[in-house]
Design a protein. Structure first.
Lengths: 339, 226
């Protein structure tokens, strides 16, 4: 008799598990070879501690009381628990600290979208290394991980979390208008964005053009040049930050895997400076993301610069299967398939 | 197909022309006209063929039911689509890029009640809530929440005008074009909720990985509609 499991959860059977383990193994090997040590943290933590990491109230979907009446939450990502771990156990350790993880996280699902309540994330955190070199190291590890998974067509989008916010402040857009514009941008609603910007009557034509054009600027190093041409100190600051990261990536030989993207905005509240998204042409969803979170550690009492990324393991597996179907998978396949 | 049903549907390839999802519904004719104006061959979908996919040199046109369009585009099974703002409002948690207002297919989302009938206000005053029938439950719920009123939203699939006539609801939230259907059923617009026009919408990954083609298409359609 069939007994149900909650929507957004799943059983993993041997064929899939074998492939997932192989993928995990390939990724772990990349991380270990670059000096990252594996850590694990509890699936459940005190809600109050997780909420400290994301001031918008930590999007922990599953919360409950334990036998003593303490409010617990299931973690919704791995970065906040690791920030907590570092501040508690490594505050005085020599830096930088390099950790990787592989574990389940939990988020609320919208019905009938095939979304997962429980999903496996794998990623790294580099704590105590500043931009741009810390960021560049993390991206280099990310590219190596994608290659190890055979996803050599995957692209890393690189943007700046502060750019648009600072730009609005600089132009003098405040209050409701600012909130509205940022929410349109976060929702990828370029039509709404254009309408809100059009409704601002206190700004000049040049500023309007900058606000309209930036979110669509994505491509190679040439877009930094184009953005600089628009002028303004927020743009200047963000583009020189991105340029420095891009140059550091060039020195590491991975700049060709980067798409600079001035419209990028991540939905987690702790990012500062560089933000990342990972795309593969075989998959219509992002494979993962990350960036810098130089203020997060401070919220746990250990102010240290930090950066990292997380990848959705099951999505990587789907992308592998699709790339394989298209004949584009580049990793060595297991013996039995190579013949 | 053992991965079907797992989160994250697949994009079949990423090669070839961009795939544009075209809704076979109220916006169908307008969409084909805009594509014509942009110099894209629409003789395929205009013909009698029952085929669902039509190849042109610039675009692959994929025709589908309007309410399925967001699903295909969010999953990347189509790169871009043309769809009404009403569908976007109802499904606004979709992770897609809304790229361009195409201007045609203008309609209004309204709250309507029976002409001369006060049951909307009466229910609100005496019962503390209004019963509202709609095909757009999330749009309706958000509207009443935003205007600080309580409403019991009833989702119906067919002709929503029927609901207030037979006492299922005090009023309706629906998309109105000329208003003729409302008038024919003795209903009248009480409040305007939002305007809606056709929009060009892009998949999030395609917007990044096929940036030049997406921008070029967007620009071409912008010129064709301005």
């Amino acid at each position: 008799m069939t007994q149900p499991i909650p929507p957004g959860t799943r059983d993993v059977l041997p064929d899939e598990m074998r492939e997932l383990r192989r993928l995990q193994g390939a990724l772990a090997e990349v991380f270990v070879s670059r000096g990252y040590g594996e850590v694990a943290t509890p699936t459940i933590e005190y809600h109050e501690v997780l909420a400290r990491g994301d001031e918008r109230g930590a999007p922990a979907a599953y919360r409950f009381f334990d036998e003593r009446g303490e409010l617990l939450a299931m973690r919704s990502d791995m970065t906040i628990p690791i920030a907590r771990l570092v501040s508690s156990r490594f505050a005085d350790a020599e830096q930088p600290l390099r950790f990787f993880y592989l574990g389940n996280a939990y988020r609320a699902v919208r019905p009938q979208r095939g979304q997962m309540r429980e999903f496996m994330q794998v990623g790294v955190e580099l704590v105590g290394a500043e931009a741009p070199h810390g960021t560049a190291e993390v991206i280099e590890v990310l590219v190596a991980a994608l290659d190890a998974a055979g996803l050599s067509r995957a692209v890393v989008g690189l943007g700046d979390a502060d750019l648009y916010r600072q730009l609005l402040a600089e132009i003098g857009v405040e209050g409701d208008a600012k909130t509205l514009i940022l929410s349109r941008l976060a929702a990828h609603d370029l039509v709404g964005l254009e309408a809100e910007i059009g409704a601002l009557d206190e700004i000049g034509g040049v500023e309007r053009e900058i606000l309209l054009q930036l979110p669509n600027m994505r491509g190679g190093a040439e877009i930094l040049e184009r953005a600089r041409g628009l002028g303004g100190t927020a743009v200047e600051r963000a583009t020189s930050r991105l340029q420095a990261t891009y140059d550091a990536l060039g020195a590491r030989g991975v700049a060709d895997r980067i798409q600079l993207d001035l419209g990028l905005l991540r939905d987690l509240g702790y990012y500062t400076g560089a933000i990342l998204e990972v795309y593969d042409p075989a998959l219509g969803h992002v494979l993962g993301g990350g960036g810098r979170y130089d203020e997060l550690m401070g919220r746990f009492g250990a102010p240290l610069p930090a950066a990292g990324f997380g990848l959705y393991l099951q999505r990587m597996h789907i992308a592998q299967a699709e790339e394989e179907r298209l004949g584009r998978l580049t990793a060595d396949r297991p013996q039995e398939e190579n013949g | 197909m053992k991965f079907a049903g797992i989160e994250g549907a697949r994009l079949a390839g990423g090669g070839g022309p961009l795939r544009l999802a075209v809704p076979r519904g109220a916006l169908f004719a307008g969409t084909l006209d805009v594509l014509d104006a942009a110099g894209i061959d629409t003789s395929g979908p205009r013909g009698d063929s029952r085929a669902l996919i039509f190849e042109t040199p610039e675009l692959t046109l994929v025709t589908m039911r309007p309410s399925d369009v967001p699903t295909y585009v969010e999953a990347g099974s189509a790169d871009v689509r043309i769809t009404g703002k009403d569908v976007l409002m109802e499904q606004r948690d979709r992770a897609v890029y809304e790229l361009l207002d195409l201007g045609f297919g203008a309609c209004r989302m309204v709250l309507a009640g029976r002409r001369g009938d006060e049951s909307l206000g009466e229910s609100e005053r005496r019962l503390g809530t209004m019963r509202i029938a709609t095909k757009y439950p999330r749009t309706a719920e958000r509207y009443f929440e935003a205007t600080g009123r309580q409403a019991e939203v009833i989702e119906v699939k067919g002709s929503v005008e029927l609901a207030p006539l037979v006492g299922l609801a005090d009023g309706i939230v629906d998309l109105v074009d000329t208003g003729q259907t409302l008038a024919d059923n003795d209903l009248e617009v009480r409040e305007e909720i939002a305007g809606s026009t056709a929009r060009l919408v892009g998949n999030r990954i395609a917007h990044k990985l096929r940036a030049e083609e997406m921008d070029a298409l967007s620009e071409r359609l912008r010129e064709a509609t301005s």
